[in-house]
Design a protein around this ligand. Structure first.
Ligand code: AHG
Ligand code: MN
Ligand code: MN
Length: 348
């Protein structure tokens, strides 16, 4: 039992009985935190030798964390069904399909490529209402827009284990006390600074980015000599969940934009397990999340494993990136843009 987390959920969770569901997820995250702390000591590194539904190689920890969270969901009476990045189809709870009132979606382990290098990884979760409690949830019941989420959040297994939980209008951060297994409330009513000078993007994909993103990053990199007239800093952890937590902590902007590296895919990150929950957390903390043009929370899902472009973080920067997407003149080639901005700067 985790008293501070339970109290917070009882106070702010509203009428939909979120306490049980989120405590069950948090319990799963606690087991994952213990497992990740031991890592190679208990054989939880390296490939599992299998692939998930998206054709990605599964790490041992992907498989193990998926089992831990699935077991936690099966044991929770408020959860009628759940879906995971690591499972092809949504699962109907064996015992609570007809009396549960929530649907839970999760990325059990975000940042798989970082496991063996002992870099921060995490778990991301989303809680949706069962549209008609009393009957087994159907596959389509999971395909709700992010706006419908009742709660969302993530755990980061870093130097400390952090759990961020968001419910309508409020987000808070808890830290796991390893001495007694309690989630201690360490930050309530989180607000993300609206302005920032820090961005996160995998710069090795620059040549594949869409033009508005090339323009945005080129302007940041140009620093005080560029059109923004200030220097920016860059970070890339390659665990989106850790980037989200940095942004929650001190502001910033994260971009995994649409690109033409694999034109078949609309983006790299998954709508239901990554983009929606992070967008919900950001929204409760005064930050934004968009595809480039549209709010993530308004995207109508057409599949459980759908991918989306994802840009989130400090409100002013995200608004600027949306403007660049709307500005057709941004579709000039990068070279033309650089020439023009240097020209403007040189003659300013
Ligand atoms: P996952 O480990 O669940 O597959 O997600 C990894 C995601 C995300 O966390 C991260 O931002 C991105 O993939 C890393 O992408 P790069 O390989 O381009 O760095
Ligand atoms: Mn992920
Ligand atoms: Mn994952």
């Amino acid at each position: 039992m985790s008293d501070e987390l339970k109290d917070w959920l009882d106070r702010h969770g509203g009428d939909s009985g979120l306490t049980e569901t989120v405590l069950a997820i948090a319990g799963g995250c606690q087991l994952i935190a213990e497992a990740t702390r031991q890592g190679p000591l208990i054989g939880l590194v390296g490939s599992a030798g299998s692939s998930n539904v998206q054709g990605e190689t599964q790490q041992r920890l992907d498989v193990y964390t998926n089992e831990l969270l699935s077991t936690a969901m099966e044991g929770c009476r408020s959860v009628a069904g759940y879906a995971s990045e690591e499972l092809e189809e949504a699962i109907v709870s064996a015992r609570h399909s007809s009396d549960g009132w929530h649907l839970v979606l999760f990325d059990p382990l975000d940042g798989s490529s970082n496991i063996d290098a002992n870099i921060s990884i995490g778990t991301i979760f989303s809680v949706l209402p069962h549209p008609e409690p009393g009957r087994e949830p159907a596959a389509d019941d999971f395909l709700q827009a992010g706006r419908n989420q009742l709660a969302a959040g993530y755990a980061v297994y870093g130097p400390a284990t952090a759990l961020v939980v968001a419910v309508a209008g409020r987000a808070a951060s808890f830290t796991l006390n390893p001495a007694d297994g309690e989630w201690v409330l360490t930050r309530d009513e989180i607000r993300v600074p609206t302005a920032t000078r820090e961005f996160a993007i995998n710069a090795s994909n620059e040549r594949f980015w869409e033009a508005p993103v090339q323009r945005y990053v080129a302007e940041c990199v140009a620093g005080v000599e560029g059109p923004r007239s200030r220097d920016f800093n860059m970070r890339w952890v390659a665990s989106m969940v850790a980037e989200a937590h940095r942004i929650i902590t001190r502001g910033g902007v994260f971009l995994y934009p649409r690109d033409n590296k694999e034109p078949r895919k609309a983006g790299r990150l998954r709508l239901m397990y990554e983009a929606n929950p992070v967008a919900f957390v950001m929204a409760q903390a005064g930050a934004h999340a968009v595809t480039g043009c549209h709010p993530i929370l308004d995207v109508k899902p057409d599949g459980l494993h759908q991918r989306v472009p994802l840009i989130f973080g400090s409100a002013e920067e995200v608004a600027r990136i949306v403007d660049y997407h709307a500005d057709t003149s941004a579709n000039v080639s990068l070279q033309l843009f650089k020439t023009r901005s240097l020209y403007v700067n040189a003659h300013a």
